[in-house]
Design a protein around this ligand. Sequence first.
Ligand SMILES: [Zn+2]
Length: 348
Amino acid sequence: MTKLVMNAHVDDEGHEEAGHPERPDRLTAAIAGVRDLHLDDDLSFVAPYMATRAELAQVHDGSYLDELGAFCYEGGGNIDEDTYATYDSWSIAQYAAGAGLAVIEELRHRDDAVGFIAARPPGHHALRDRAMGFCLLNNVAVAAAALTAQGERVAIVDWDVHHGNGTQAIFWNDPNVLYVSTHQWPLYPGSGGAREIGGVDALGRTVNIPLAPGATGDVLRRGFDDIAAPILDAFNPTWVLVSAGFDAHRADAIADLALSSGDFAHLASTVASFAPSSRMALFLEGGYDLAALRDSVAATLATLLGREYQSEASTNGGAGAELIQRAQSERDIALQLAYEVIAAEGDS
Ligand SMILES: [Zn+2]
């Protein structure tokens, strides 16, 4: 039976702003979802540590790290209209990034486990040089960069309802990272169109599957199976990291997709089919309805671990099935144009 490796709890109470949806209760709910599975001896904890400057500098500019640290030590405040930091946020964010590294290090020595990084703040909107979208440090990117530095080929699957613009930008031109995102579109942050396919050294290594508001699980599955699966198959990753946001759940008020906890479970099992044994870790990103977050974490992990859990039924019949084919053709055309431009430059 597959086991779960998770980071021990990081005290995140100090990263909070009154009335903000990205709040400590979220982490409590996610951890409650794990507890609901009663894993007993099949759950092991690793101690998180603060990611070092060298580890963070793989994906963030040194000047940004200096500025963010100084901003927090001066008491913090609002970085932009969505994103805040407090005095404690700098150390909490470094622990969140380090939690991913610690879980992955443990998985490297195991052949029977899946990893879950239950930490906040989330990370996938954080750019090399800027915090945004509730995110300070890009936790999944820090982990992926540590793995590629060891020669690994990393697929990042991002099923948060928002496009992970930060992760996409950080690995835009990196052929050793495949970034696959399913997200509502249009929606914050505005990026994530099907024509965004990666930079000149990594053409095709960015895969965006925009979904219409109201899309249900069947639409998501069609997008993933038709567009992402063949690319994941060909990329043949040695590690699969998941930006596991659960804000695409129909109960989540932050966006308008219509997924159930059963849809997340189904997608998780599809994604797991591309990961070698013990080489998959899920990073908590969004998810703002506490009951839906708890249920979705439990349903997702139950499927990956082969446990009984009564998740919500899969959903069908929502909006935007016809957009999947359009996304596929837009992507194909963008790739073709890019190859033609490269060929023409090579001739001149
Ligand atoms: Zn989100």
